[in-house]
Design a binder for this molecule. Structure first.
Ligand SMILES: Nc1nc2c(ncn2[C@@H]2O[C@H](COP(=O)(O)OP(=O)(O)O)[C@@H](O)[C@H]2O)c(=O)[nH]1
Ligand SMILES: [Mg+2]
Length: 251
């Protein structure tokens, strides 16, 4: 006995999935989800939200459930492999939407930026990179100076992998899902430096990459610890230099 005709009909593909990697984000997540839900509704974007959580020990998952109960199209996916990069990869590789990408839980990049991102994706760009360092971008408020010095050092060491991209580390990147699957199938870095590998592999695959300006605001409560995470990022950079052959990184 078959199912009634209607329930067998294929659900149309959701246009966009916004992944929010989150680790112990109970302080910042609520306002972020609210802002996303409001903007997606106002702009009538056919989208779902998904928080990817590396086993937070705080109320991160509960906050998501609360929104689900209110009818916001949001879910939470766990990720056993630690790190922001691992969380984003998990989300990308399990998406069923046409376009997928990630935005940080701190709302450092305003949700309205998604409108420009979607315009790019709908006209054929495969990788859209939010950037604080291209024409039209601005820092509404800057990171503390030790972090800025670290960032400058990172950019210097990362140049070889970054192609023409001026800012590889802004937490606002979106992809055509087919392209994202190609890129993330090979991404090895699981920590904060994964963005750089994503950029490098996107160019290596010959995808159409576009950098778009964002208006970025440093938010309190960063999960990035300058010494411990800085050391991990340095190790990741070293791994990228050593393990990813230069030939892969140059077209
Ligand atoms: N799932 C997951 N998310 C993480 C992890 N580390 C950082 N994040 C998320 O990555 C995003 C960027 O981190 P943030 O603290 O804003 O760092 P910053 O903007 O670089 O200072 C936030 O949404 C964090 O919750 C992690 O280990 N796992
Ligand atoms: Mg941040």
């Amino acid at each position: 006995m078959g199912l009634p005709q209607d329930s067998r009909r294929k659900k149309p593909m959701t246009e966009l999935e916004v992944l929010i990697p989150a680790f112990n984000e109970e302080q910042r997540l609520e306002a972020t989800i609210r802002a996303w839900a409001d903007h997606l509704e106002t702009s009538r974007i056919d989208a779902v939200l998904r928080v990817i959580d590396n086993g937070s020990s705080d109320r991160t998952a509960e906050i998501v459930d609360q929104f689900t109960r209110q009818g916001v199209p949001i879910s939470v996916t766990g990720c056993a492999r630690p790190g922001k990069g691992a969380a984003v990869a998990r989300g990308v590789l399990t998406t069923t939407a046409r376009y997928v990408g990630f935005a940080d839980a701190d709302l450092a990049t305003p949700t309205e930026t998604i409108d420009a991102v979607l315009a790019e994706l709908r006209t054929g760009s495969q990788v859209v990179i939010g950037s604080r360092r291209c024409g039209g971008a601005e820092f509404v408020s800057r990171q503390p100076w030790p972090r800025r010095i670290g960032g400058a050092g990172f950019r210097m060491l990362a140049k070889r992998h970054a192609g023409p991209v001026a800012d590889t580390q802004c937490g606002f990147k979106f992809f055509h899902a087919d392209a994202a699957r190609q890129v993330f199938a090979d991404v090895r870095l699981a920590g904060f430096a994964f963005d750089l590998e994503v950029v490098a592999r996107s160019y290596a695959l010959g995808l159409s990459v576009v950098e778009i300006p964002v208006s970025w605001r440093d938010e309190a409560g960063s999960s990035f610890r300058l010494i411990s995470d800085g050391r991990k990022v340095a190790t990741e950079l070293w791994r990228l230099h050593r393990e990813v052959p230069a030939a892969v990184l140059t077209r």
